[in-house]
Ligand binder design. Structure first.
Ligand SMILES: [Zn+2]
Length: 155
């Protein structure tokens, strides 16, 4: 019985541990590692939706992607809370509807964050969508964007 409890506990902690891929800086700070840059996802999505990337507002903040209908903020799932504040600010600045596009690098594990933001979006009337690495058209572990870290040689 005791063993079973330990077994269950270990499985639970593993399930939480690999929701994100963590790294540590030399100063010991923990951070979430990403295979491809946020900007790569932004390029892929914005191109497919005929948007303007990095649209500058009068207060010098920048909208990740401005389309005919939406002012869009992209973020990785671990930044779900920040994404809402930024998208709503862009709505005020542009007069277009706020949209959060959440990047789920591991959709199975991270869907919980999309569901969370989606629920808030329904209540407070902004739009939410998620994208996965599928949008990057990855071949041989590299995406199409030369400025992405997956295409940079490491020394
Ligand atoms: Zn990449």
């Amino acid at each position: 019985m005791k063993l079973l409890i330990i077994f269950i506990f270990c499985n639970f902690s593993n399930a939480f541990a690999d929701t994100f891929d963590y790294g540590y800086t030399k100063d010991g700070f923990k951070y979430v590692k990403h295979k491809h840059n946020e900007s790569s996802y932004q390029h892929a999505y914005c191109l497919a939706h005929n948007g303007i990337e990095e649209y500058q507002n009068s207060d010098f903040t920048r909208v990740d992607c401005l389309t005919d209908e939406y002012a869009i903020e992209f973020d990785f799932a671990n930044k779900w809370a920040e994404s809402i504040g930024q998208a709503l600010h862009y709505q005020i600045m542009t007069g277009k509807k706020a949209k959060v596009v959440l990047i789920l690098e591991n959709p199975q594990k991270q869907m919980i964050y999309f569901n969370r933001v989606n629920k808030i979006g329904k209540k407070y009337q902004f739009d939410v969508e998620y994208i996965t690495p599928d949008i990057l058209n990855i071949k041989h572990n590299k995406c199409n964007y030369p400025d992405c870290k997956c295409n940079k040689h490491r020394i």
